[in-house]
Design a protein around this ligand. Structure first.
Ligand code: GYE
Length: 329
């Protein structure tokens, strides 16, 4: 202490400069977000898993944004199992976190645990996927894409590619998940207007590349395999797996069988550049900044909209080369 005091008196200018630098660093980099009581904000986040490129980008966005804001993030990976998510949420309640956020693997079955959170006075924010509950007050806000619209957009692209005629093989996402249910719904809604465009096969590939490949292999071995002129995959990873299966079977993906998928991850743009994928409908995973803006408001007891829809686009093969360098995920 004594030596510090003598340093300060001898070199006041250095001390001043150092203090200023520390001050700037503190405000820019290490500013911490706080809860109602002025303490560091504690957020429990239960993630679906690590099933796709989309999910990896989503996790990274959430973790880096929390770190930037100095939030104490308790992150838990459910490995695509609802029971793991319910356990994680219960543990967040027991820990007394300020806010619980999660991306529900499926739509149903969360009502009891959400009631427990409500009883404990812990607000819940849904990220990316929705739940079906009888009481909408069980969560404060749901931020995510409009999956029905994504399904419609995918169908419109299938119509453009086929001229409204053909046989569709559909690789469905995780059974019971909001994106699988809603994308299928939006897709069918558009197809109704095209009687010559029919779904000839449909099966779940659980949003993973490995399952997408496996199911596509089975599709290609089916007695009516010749009827497939176009593939609709509920996400890019399954499409990328299916591309492999087609190539191994001597079929030219993107030509012999046209392919439309959803997400817009880098791998999809690369496949489009190579002419193997025709269209990807964007679904933005970079939810971190918007999600934590909402979480902070919820933590302070401020009003937030019950539904926040993210903005996204559609990309065709001809745009792949110019878009690829700009992709953030
Ligand atoms: O499309 C898929 C991921 O819920 C929107 O989940 C997300 C979906 C995304 O596994 O790649």
């Amino acid at each position: 202490m004594k030596s510090l005091r003598s340093f300060v008196s001898r070199y006041p200018i250095y001390t001043l400069a150092t203090t200023a630098i520390f001050g700037v660093v503190a405000t820019l980099g290490f500013a911490e977000d706080t809860n109602k009581n002025g303490k560091k904000l504690v957020v429990g986040f239960s993630q679906v898993g690590a099933e796709s490129g989309w999910r990896t980008a989503n996790t990274e966005s959430i973790k880096s944004e929390a770190a930037k804001r100095g939030i104490d993030l308790r992150f838990s990976d459910a490995q695509q199992k609802e029971e793991n998510q319910i356990k994680a949420i219960r543990s967040f309640i027991a820990q007394g976190v300020d806010v619980i956020a999660f991306s529900p693997v499926v739509e149903t079955g969360f009502e009891p645990v959400l009631q427990e959170a409500k009883k404990a006075g812990i607000p819940v924010v849904l990220s990316d996927r929705a739940v079906k509950v009888s009481d909408p007050s069980l969560y404060k806000c749901f931020i995510g894409s409009d999956f029905i619209e994504e399904g419609r957009r995918a169908a419109n692209e299938v119509v453009k590619l086929t001229g409204g005629k053909g046989g569709i093989a559909e690789l469905v996402g995780t059974v019971g998940s909001a994106p699988a249910i809603d994308r299928a719904k939006g897709f069918r809604e558009v197809l109704e207007k095209y009687p010559d465009l029919k779904i000839v096969m449909s099966q779940s590939g659980d949003f993973t590349r490995a399952k997408g490949k496996e199911v596509m292999e089975a599709f290609l071995k089916a007695p009516n395999a010749k009827d497939i002129t176009v593939l609709f995959a509920h996400n890019d990873d399954m499409a990328l797996g299916a591309i492999q299966a087609m190539e191994e079977a001597g079929i030219k993906p993107g030509q012999d069988i046209k392919i439309v998928s959803i997400d817009g991850v880098r791998g999809a743009f690369e496949a489009m550049k190579d002419g193997k994928l025709n269209v990807t409908v964007e679904c933005n995973p970079l939810l971190g900044p918007q999600l934590f803006d909402l979480i902070e408001k919820v933590a302070k007891g401020e009003e937030v909209p019950h539904r926040v829809v993210t903005q996204e686009g559609v990309y065709e093969q001809s745009q792949a080369a110019t878009e690829l360098p700009k992709r953030q995920y």
